[in-house]
Each structure stands twice: as C-alpha cells, then as structure tokens.
Ligand binder design. Sequence first.
Ligand SMILES: [Zn+2]
Length: 1004
Amino acid sequence: MGPEYPNRANTYQGPGSTPFAPPRNNMPISSNSVVGSDASSFRPTSVPGPVIGTGAPGFRPMQPGRPAPAYGPPTSGPIQRFATPQFPAASQVPPPQAANIGQPIVPPSMRPPPPSQGPPMSTSVNRQPQIPSVPIGSPPQSMYSASRPNMYQAAPFTGPPFPGGFQAQQSSPVSPPPPPPPQVPYQGGYVPPQPTTSTPFSSHQGAYGRAPPAASSSGMYVGSSAPPTGGMSDLVEDFSSLSLGSAPGSFDPGLDTKVLPRPLDGDVEPSLFAGMYPMNCDSRYLRLTTSAIPNSQSLVSRWQLPLGAVVCPLAETPDGEEVPIVNFATTGIVRCRRCRTYVNPYVTFTDGGRKWRCNICALLNDVQNDYFASLDATGRRVDLDQHPELTKGSVEFVAPAEYMVRPPMPPLYFFLIDVSISAVKSGMLEVMAETIKSCLDRLPGSPRTQIGFITFDSTIHFYNMKSSLTQPQMMVVSDLDDIFVPLPDDLLVNLSESRAVVEAFLDSLPSMFQDNVNVESAFGPALKAAFMVMSQLGGKLLIFQSTLPSLGVGRLRLRGDDLRVYGTDKEHALRIPEDPFYKQMAADFTKYQVAVNIYAFSDKYTDIASLGTLAKYTGGQVYYYPSFHSVIHKYKLRHELARDLTRETAWEAVMRIRCGKGVRFTSYHGNFMLRSTDLLALPAVDCDKAYAMQFALEETLLTTQIVYFQVALLYTASCGERRIRVHTAAASVVPDLGEMYRQADTGAIVSLLARLAIEKSLSYKLEETRSAIQLRIVKALKEYRKLYAVQHRVGSRMIYPESLKYLALYGLSLSKSTALRGGYADAQLDERCAAGFTMMALPVKKMLKLLYPSLLRVDEYLIKTPNVDDEFSKVCTRLPLVADSLDSRGIYIFDDGFRFVVWFGRMISPDLARNLVEEDSSTEFSRNKVCLTERDNEISRKLMGILRKLREGDASYYQLCHLVRQGEQPREGFFLLLNLVEDQVGGMNGYADWLLQIHRQVQQ
Ligand SMILES: [Zn+2]
C-alpha cells in the first residue's frame, strides 16, 4: 500500500514568502466582523434571512415568491453575495518556473497566509457584510489548519515520472548512461498543448512512382481467400481481386454486389502477429498498423498508410485473466541502465545469469544480486516460472517511492452541476443525483475516496459537506468577476466520513431547485471555482451542463447556424473553441491532475466544440444527450454515468511508448496533453480510452531483425498504490512491401486514420478531409497494384491485399460518419463535434463497430418457440448495410454500439407487432412516444432478452433503443437509412460506386 499522507500536517514546505493577496486597505471593516485566530469561519452578519446555526435546518428548498432563505438559490429575494475577490483567478496561476525547481508549486489560491497575516478569509467577511448563510458554531479551527497540509499535494506533477526517462529510446548504444535518479523534478517542465500535428495525411507523399521490386518469392504467402470472381484462382498469391468492369468506369453487367467484401464478422485481428511472438502482450492493449516493420525509408514512403500503433493500456480483460502484479520490493524495478526499458520477456540473460541484455538498446546490464538466478542448459533462467515479467507481455509493477513526486492521491470525484431551468425541467438533475447516490458504494478507492459538489446557474453555489453536519450547507457566490472559494476545507470531503451529508445533499438536490426559473449559466466562473477546489489533489471533474454558458468568463455565443460558412475557409473554425479560455483551463486542469468529463444535455446549440476541449486535453470524455428528457434518456444517462463512476480508473497517470533503435514515435492522437515530446499526461485513464501514435524510421536502413515496442503507464491505482503497467511486443523487420501489406491490421489502420481525419477537420473543410481519406486509400492500393499487376496480368481488375479487404469500405463509412459527413444540413454542429471527441478516444473494436454497425434480423427468432439462450447466436448473423437487406415482413436491429434502432417492416404480422408495442400497427413511432418495454408475453421477453445480451456484450455505452417503422419519415431516414453506409445517401457514393471511383483513380 502506498503512503497514506504520512505526517500530512507537516509536509508542506512552501515558499518563504507568499504571493497571497494581502487584505486590501479599502475594505470596510465592519464592527461585527470577526478577526483573529478564532475567526473560524464566516459568521452571518446582517443577513436578512434566517440565521443558520448549528441547530438550524441545514438546507431547504427555496420557495418562489418568498424571500430567499440565505441558503437557497439566489433566483429571487435578496441577493446574497460573496463578492469578495480574494483568490487570484485560475488563469493567473503561474506556470512552473525555473525558480520553483525542487519546490512544490502551489496555486496561489491555495497557499497559506504568511504567519504574520491574519486569517485571510476574515477579511472577506469584513468587506462584505451581507454574507449568506453560513455554518457557524461547529468548525473551531482556523481556515488553514487540519486538512490544510493537503497543500503539499498541490504540487503539479510535472517531474519525469520515470527517473531518467527522458533519455529514453533515442540514445544510441554508445551514448553515456543518463545521470542516476533522482533528477531535477521539473525537468522537461510542462509543454503546452500540441493538438494537431502537421497535415498528417500528407506525411508519406512524394516517394510514389518508384519502381516496385518484384514480389519476394520467399515471402510469398498462400492467399487465405480465393479471388471472389473467377479467373485468378489458379494463381498462388496473396491478394484478392474484384472484377469491376472490363473498362474503367463500367461495371460488369454480371457483377454481383453481394460479393463485395464486408466486415460482417466485425473486427478480425491479424493472427500472424501473435503467432510469431507468443510472448507479446495481447492485441487488446497494443495493435500495430502493420506488424511487419519496414527496414528502409524508401519502403516507408511506399507504404502510403499510417505507420503506427493504437494503445489501450487498461483494456478490459476477460474474466479470470488478470494482468500479473510484480513487486520487486527491495530489488527495485529492473530496468535498462541506459534506455530505461523495463525488464520483459525479450531480454536475454548471459554470463551464467549475471548479466542481461536489453532488447531495445542492446546494452548489457548487470543483474543485481537479489534478482540473480542461474541459467539452465538452454540459457534460460531456472526460476522463470516465478517471474511473470519474464514470460508475459503484460505486467504491472508496484512502483516504489522514487516514482512519485507526491504521495499517491486518493480517488476524487467532483461534480459541477448546472441547475438552471433547463437542467431541472429536463429531469436531468433528478436522474443524475439518483445515479450518483446509487453508485456511492461502488466508487473505487474506499475508504480514501473524496467527493464534492458545486452547482451553478447565474451564481455559484458551494456546499459544506463536513462530516459533523447533518445537512450540507450552501454558500452562494454571486460575484462572477473574481471568483473565490468561500470555505476551501470542507467542500471536498472524505466520502466515508461524510457519507450521510453527501446522501442528504443528493436526496434534496432535485427539490432544492425544482422551482428554479433561472435561465443563465455562469459556467466559466463555476469552472474556475471547481479548479480552485480540486487543484490541491486532482481527480475527476464531472460537468453536467444544460445551458450555453452565458455569464462571466468563458461565455459562449451561438454560432454554427450560418449556412454560408460551410464550404468556405472559415468552416473549420466552427469545430474549434472560439474562446481561448477553454484551452487554457484544460491546460491548468491537466497540470493539476484533473480529468474533465462533460455531460451535455441542451436542446439547443451548446458549443460542444468549446466545452469538449476541456475533456480533450485532460484525458476525459464527452457525453452528449441532445434534448435530454428523463423519460427517454434516463437509462442511458444512468448506465453511462454509473460506468464512468465505477469503472476502474488509473489516476495521475503518464504514458510513454518506447521502441527499438532506429524507430521513433513522431505524433500522438487522442484525448490527452503532451508533457514532453513523448510523454502523454493522462490525469485519469480507464478501459474505454485508447490512444494512437505514428512512428517513423530514424535511419535510412534498419539493421535489426526485430523492433520491440514497450508501453509504460505510470499511475496511481485507486487502492493508493503507485503502479507501472507495462506492455511489450516484438515485430519483425521486413525488406519487402508485400509483407507489410500481408501483415497489415485494418482495425489499427482505420483507428489511426479516423483520428487523423478528425484532427484534419479542425483545420480544413470537411470535404477536404474526406478527400484526404480517399486519397490515402487510393495511394495504398495503387502502390499495391504496382507490386502485382504486371507479374500477374490483372488487367483492369481491382486488386487489394486480403488483409485490407475492408479498408475501402471503412474509409467510406468514415467519410459518412457523423463527425465527417456532408455539410451544414447533414449533422448538427454539436452532434458532429461530440462524435469527433468520442471517436478520438475509441478502442479499435468500438471504432469499427461504430463505422460498420451490425444489422440483425430477429423476427423469425421471435416467433419460433422457445428457447432464448440456445439460439441467440443465430440471431447474430450480420447483414450488409444496404436497404435491400430489409424485408418489409421483418423486424431488424441496427446496433452501432451507441444506440439501437429497431426497424419494423410495413408488412409484419399485426399479431407480432401487438406483442411488442402497445400501439396498433398503423400508428407511427414518431417523437419517441412509443417506448419498447418488456410486455407480458414470450415474444416481447425474447426481444428484450436480445437487446439485453447485446448491451452486455458492449457495456462502454448504453444503447438507447429507437423504434422505427418502415416508411415513417423523416424518422426512418434519420435513424436508419442514413446509416446504411453502403447505400447512396445524402449525395455520398454507395459502396459499389465508391469502389469504382477508387479503382479508376488507382488505375490512372
Ligand atoms: Zn536499453
């Protein structure tokens, strides 16, 4: 177990002088103010409302029309103000500076006052006598006693978490070893956001045109599939082909579109990789776009597709398959002295077991005495079976103190909740409060878990959750220009200690604001307040947002409704934040180990482009529920929020991927911020987050046979232990392009391409982004064609590697995805942006499912008697995503991992329909008035059973079910027809036309 803040009261060694703002001289000192060491808290002064003391009821819902009690939301009645600006704004927090090296950096708002100064809070009381309700009586300590030593943890975690790690993989074998740890903790410092890398789509241009070498006969591979159309089957080859017409641009009259390749089995991982290197980590953690690494620059330039990896460091494991935990205890973690690679199955032991050779940089390291074991006749350590780190591609090391720059933080959940009228009316508040309450027992990290809440409308409401209270106490701050935190110590509390107060708060939250008529949103100021409260420890900030931010800093305006902007050079600006406030806040949050998740509910434009930035740079996630209404969306919000709260989370994490000499990672894509050139700062990580990266060759020619990759995620586990999760994989270096294609992984390629495309759409028009996707595919297939066309006389046939047979279709789907499709009218701007943020974080399987959803026919199964379980798999036969797949006598489920659409054919038997929905068969399902609920009959139970099983198999989001009846427009079009990606819809090509077009370009 990690240290539990030993001597926390004494750990803070702050700067000698503090920049803490001195009391302003012009502050009126009121006679009833309290000054001095016993100014334990605010005292109500001339508050018109009831004075709340220890005996007063903590918290009552405000009644409209009555003078607001001091603790009510300040929508009417006398306004209570905490107008005293006292803490510097979040954006004024100085970045780490050279002068601060070696010292924890404390945000000014949290720094203790110099001893000579009076408690600063009292000055604020003095200045504004009309303080609202405040708890008095109970807290006898001064503002900066007790939990104040948390101050120590306010140090931003910017040091190199891998001691010596910055020398990393780029050192050459002859370079001197890095200086031994400990190093200067702030070396490398903090690197501002580097969101979009330069034109990712063009990185491999230029080398095309080079004469291809003949296909290597040694690498020849007996094709796993015969060409779908005749004429080629006698050749032993490694490509598939399609006959698209004797002349470019014309279909063979006999071409059956049924033979077009479709990923109806979902994601099929390349098997060769794992087969060649059985000690590699599982592909759920790491996938390469091709597991044949090119040996030369010229080969790289001919590959045309992204060269890189997709990493999901905490991917969920099947039951019973845990990543082994290794504790070296006194030995210290065994790492290469030079390149800091962690010991792994690919290191080799020599010299009777006294030395080991690093597989990444080839340095010969000494084996420490307590790690020594002799070798057997084959050169293997005799104790191999006791060392998972030497046999498994994935292990987790328990990290000793040198991997910490502060004591491991406790899991921390902070909630920033919009309580304006739309949040209340939609029912969001109620569902949210109820869900959080139901999850309290399952939050990770008990009994260390911390929790806190702020609500806001046109003002900001803080809640004292001190465990000695029976009810939380609300404090309202209405001065939005200079936000401060009224009671810094008790806004964030230990959940176990304050459980009763937290529950009381969640129980009363919906009713407290049920009559709120406030339409404003002081989101920006509230965000800054949350930052001030959280910056001591870091943690997860969950934001529930219903109204476009309208007051104070960070207010946003309506944009995106101007049709004329689309198709111009200004179009992309709609997809990025307009106000730098959001990016700056995201940078501050990351620095202080805060991950932000956005839950957005508005029925109007809410500028997801700006809000999502907070999630994007903090390793967070955007959940978007447009026009949320609890009747419809309750289960979705409940499920997704519960998963967010209870899934295992890695806190205050950083991730680095190392690779062998000659290869270097050049760009990273996903939701995170880079802390140095190759270190991803991830305030929180979980199983639903994946990251993509590209690499390049550093040398003209690689001389090694194998390239090794090692992903290391250093994090704090919820139990308080500091851990390093390490995934290691090997891949062969090859001299031939055909082999690269053979070992290509479409899932990884598409995941990387999708991220690159979304990034591109932030700087270019959608149309240009889509063209770039197409061009990439064309170039790849063109290059491939050059390898084989002449030799095998393929004529006008379209040829493609078996491994990439779905690439073109996924490219089409990507172009038709919500994030990238069409123009102004084809997706609402918020929806588009939300989809983009979501896709940036998706693991491979989830991405492919979104791009090519499953379409299942279920009516036969429903009618047949009985048995649900036995035949479930038969239901799961996926159909091509074309309207032709739909039979008007049938019932179908469309499942993209985010929602279900259940389609009722026009001709289904009225009996069947009656069993499933209440309406008679002529009623339309429009406006979501018809809900699919379990009814008391076998058919309904079976259908609900199917949906349940599908959901269980894919739990990262809740698939809300939409009912659609054939011919019911525009509903059918919106929910289903538009998403049948193989059809020609919305001015976009259908699959066959798309292939033809690509084929034509390939032949040019
Ligand atoms: Zn090494």
